[in-house]
Design a binder for this molecule. Structure first.
Ligand SMILES: [Zn+2]
Length: 300
């Protein structure tokens, strides 16, 4: 570990203890050795191993060996989702599927697109969530999906929905995490899909003033022409939404380093990341208190 990173992690440990593990996972997943985690590359394989090892050390269950769900897309391309689950106690036959894509843009020439915010941050938050949920028997069963090939057209989540390891009708909700570690120019993190849960919305509004709620039907047509503004299709919750499954999507908006080689771990905002993790955890705790009929509430 370079001295600079040690120093930085120490500062963060003192300032915001909740983020240390998250920051380290982000740093590892966006390290130069991962080569930008482009689908089908050696860097992606390294990322797969990293995530599978973390699942294993959390003693998460697997549907298939090494947690791998392989799939094909496009013109003979292959992708690999890394999928684990943890069985719940109150509603074990009802699943909350947490998704976060681990793939990114790879390299252009010698420039590596590290993808620290996009989306090492979401994967790290998913791992943190798994670590917390495995400390007890949660109400719901949870499936954790680190998706591949999101950047090229949500292929990993499409493949998961096309061949789910549990029946689609048993999935009560998709919680999708994509770019959660930096504020956009308005200083905000965005949550889409919460309109169907008014009490959750009220609670989050009370506790998190940097959270912006987005109701995709309310967006003007012009805003939807920007892919990051087309909320139902902006990330991996899209295929779940189209399959009639309720979703909640925590995600950031574009920032100056979005999809550039400068989306590095050094630019992560630790306090913002801590706030995001708290909001995600608050949401999961709320979900845990609700019966499946409430979670399945019709898509807004
Ligand atoms: Zn992304």
């Amino acid at each position: 570990m370079p001295f600079k990173l040690q120093f930085w992690l120490l500062c963060c440990l003192l300032a915001c203890p909740a983020s240390a593990a998250l920051l380290e996972d982000i740093q590892q997943l966006s390290a130069p050795v991962m080569q930008g985690r482009k689908t089908g590359t050696e860097g992606a394989v390294l990322a797969q191993h990293f995530i599978a090892q973390r699942y294993a050390s959390l003693q998460l269950s697997q549907f298939s060996p090494d947690y791998r769900q392989t799939f094909n897309f496009g013109n003979n391309k292959a992708g690999v989702n890394i999928v684990a689950y943890h069985r719940g106690c109150t509603y074990p036959e009802n699943y909350i599927v947490v998704t976060a894509h681990y793939d990114h843009l790879g390299k252009q020439g010698r420039k590596i697109f590290h993808g620290a915010d996009d989306n090492a941050s979401g994967v790290a938050a998913m791992l943190e969530l798994a670590a917390r949920l495995t400390q007890r028997c949660p109400a719901y069963s949870y499936v954790f999906v680190a998706t591949d090939a999101e950047e090229g057209g949500l292929h990993g989540s499409k493949a998961f929905v096309a061949a789910p390891p549990v029946s689609l009708s048993s999935i009560v909700l998709n919680l999708n995490l994509d770019m959660i570690s930096r504020a956009d120019w308005r200083g905000r993190l965005y949550l889409t899909g919460a309109k169907r849960y008014p009490t959750l919305l009220e609670e989050l509004e009370r506790h998190f003033n940097k959270l912006q709620f987005v109701h995709h039907r309310g967006l003007p047509r012009t805003a939807r022409s920007n892919p990051r503004h087309d909320w139902p299709n902006a990330s991996d919750h899209g295929p779940f939404h189209r399959a009639g499954i309720a979703y909640l999507f925590f995600g950031g908006q574009e920032h100056p380093q979005y999809h550039t080689p400068d989306d590095t771990w050094q630019r992560i905002q630790p306090e913002f990341l801590t706030m995001a993790m708290q909001a995600i955890w608050h949401t999961v705790q709320w979900l845990e208190q609700q019966p499946p009929t409430v979670l399945q509430r019709a898509v807004q």
